[in-house]
Every structure is written in structure tokens, then in C-alpha cells.
Design a protein around this ligand. Structure first.
Ligand SMILES: [Ca+2]
Length: 296
């Protein structure tokens, strides 16, 4: 029988070896299912190329191992009982205090945006609070995967595949699923084109941009088509980057001005303008309430 010390030493060596093997073995970062699901993007790539995007660029994007059919995130669109946001929580004193700090920190950007677009800084800060808690939660889903997956639902195979992935007890009725898939796939295709255009214009790698499960991105949670239309370079570095506070602040101001914001407008008109940002009365009422509280 070996001395106990040696046995322990051997045991430790084995453990170290197992650990070393564990760390050295390349982990299968992308599952086979995800790789197989790439076939669903073949038609989509052809459409993008036919619509004028560079074939090499498109093939490169879709060949990347991190680009795949995102059934988990996109299925949220087709299920009942979506988690609803508790907007009331955002009018808490602690958030208002933090809002004031944020406005002080970003005072230069708020002042410049107000001068240029005539939009109340309190409303902009309120939107940034509700959307991302001042940039803290900008979303973790790949924008290219989300939009590509939704856009691919015009084709029967990916549509059937996603339908099969939805939990039976929570999914819509089939005709409702098809109706929504029709609508959302058209919308997502336009957003996907805007997203690729935007990332090309601003030299951003499209594969690494993360956002919400709906494909909104940055501190202001803009959809790509809105970035192209209303996005602004607030810090003057020559790029529109919605992950930067000054750019987000200017872009929201530009958006609200476009939809009719004017200095000193009454609550009723303000309601209509903010409604464009998110078609929810709870959302708009919360934003306007926060902006009042921020004014103090
Ligand atoms: Ca910028």
C-alpha cells in the first residue's frame, strides 16, 4: 500500500490533469443545431444580394459561427403571457435621484440637444430611464440574429421549424402565428437592411451588436431604420453610435422633434409625440410622469 501522502498527491495530479483537459478542450461554443439552422438563412442571403448588398459582405456575415437562427428570442413574439414591464417602479424616488445625476453628468449633451432640437431634456432623460435605466440594460441578443430570424419567416421551412419550437401550451393559434409571421417578417427584413446599411456606413461590425429581443439597440433603443432616419452624432466624433450618451440624447431629441415636439407644448401634444416612440399608453404616461418628477 502506498503512503497516504503519495496517494493524495496522485489524486491531486489526476484532478489537475482533468482540469487542464477541461480548459484545453475547445468548448463547443455553437451547437450543431445552430449550425444546421444556418440553412434557413440561404434564401435571405439571396434576397439581400438581389436587393443590392455586396455578395461578399453578405456571405461573410452569414458564414460567421455566431450568426444563427435565434429561435429562443424570436419565439417571445409568438407566445402568450409575455412578461410585462412594471412601469410604476420607474417613478420611484431612487430612479428620479439617479436621473438628476445622469442629467448633471450629461449636461453638455442635454444643453446642446435642447438648443438644436428644442426638446425638453427631462423627457429625453425619462425615455432613457424607461428604455435602458440610463444605459445599464441595453439588451443581450444579437441584432443580426434576431432580425435575420424574423425576416426568414417568409419561407416555409424556418416558419415550420420555429412553430415546432414554441411550447404548445403557450403558443398562438396557427392562423394567428402565420398572420404575425407574415407581418413581422416584412418588417424585420426592412430593419435588417437598415441595420446592415447602418453598420456599413459607420464601420461597425454587424455581428457583435447586441440589443433587445425586438432588435432595438443602444441607450435609446432605436430600431435600425430610425437610426438611419433620425440618428445623430452628438459627440462630434463622426459616427452615430447609439451606445454613447451624447449620440443617444441627440438622436432622441431629433426623433421627438420630427414627430412634432415644440418648446413649451402642452401635455396632450407631448403625449402624442412620445406615443410615436412606443405605442403604449402606460409607457407614455410613465415617461411624462418621470419628466415632471425630474423637473422637481
Ligand atoms: Ca458619435
Amino acid at each position: 500500500m502506498k503512503p497516504i501522502v503519495l496517494q493524495i498527491a496522485k489524486f491531486h495530479m489526476v484532478c489537475a490533469l482533468v482540469l487542464a483537459l477541461f480548459w484545453l478542450t475547445p468548448s463547443p461554443a455553437v451547437s450543431k443545431e445552430k449550425i444546421d439552422s444556418k440553412v434557413f438563412f440561404e434564401e435571405l442571403q439571396q434576397r439581400l444580394i438581389a436587393d443590392g448588398f455586396d455578395a461578399k459582405l453578405i456571405q461573410e456575415i452569414y458564414a460567421d459561427q455566431n450568426v444563427f437562427f435565434e429561435s429562443r428570442g424570436v419565439s417571445l413574439y409568438f407566445l402568450h403571457n409575455e412578461a410585462s414591464l412594471d412601469y410604476n417602479k420607474m417613478t420611484k424616488k431612487s430612479w428620479i435621484r439617479e436621473g438628476r445625476v445622469y442629467m448633471r453628468e450629461q449636461a453638455a449633451a442635454f444643453e446642446a440637444a435642447e438648443k438644436k432640437f428644442g426638446v425638453d431634456p427631462n423627457v429625453i432623460a425619462a425615455i432613457i430611464l424607461v428604455e435602458t435605466k440610463f444605459g445599464r440594460y441595453v439588451g443581450t441578443r444579437s441584432i443580426i440574429n434576431t432580425l435575420s430570424t424574423m425576416a426568414s419567416l417568409t419561407e416555409a421551412p424556418p416558419r415550420e421549424y420555429l412553430w415546432g419550437k414554441l411550447p404548445k401550451e403557450r403558443r398562438f393559434e396557427r392562423n394567428k402565428y402565420d398572420q404575425k409571421a407574415d407581418r413581422k417578417s416584412q418588417w424585420a427584413y426592412k430593419e435588417l437592411k437598415a441595420f446592415i446599411t447602418y453598420t456599413q456606413q459607420h464601420k461597425i461590425d454587424p455581428i457583435n451588436v447586441k440589443g433587445s429581443y425586438a432588435g432595438a439597440l443602444g441607450i435609446a433603443q432605436f430600431m435600425p431604420s430610425n437610426i438611419l432616419a433620425y440618428g445623430k452624432d452628438g459627440n462630434g466624433d463622426g459616427r452615430i453610435n447609439l451606445f454613447e450618451n451624447a449620440d443617444a440624447i441627440h438622436s432622441i431629441a431629433s426623433y421627438l422633434k420630427h414627430y412634432g415636439w415644440k418648446p413649451g407644448i402642452d401635455r396632450k401634444k407631448a403625449y402624442k409625440v412620445v406615443y410615436h416612440y412606443n405605442h403604449s399608453k402606460y409607457y407614455v404616461n410613465t415617461v411624462l410622469k418621470i419628466s415632471e418628477l425630474l423637473k422637481g
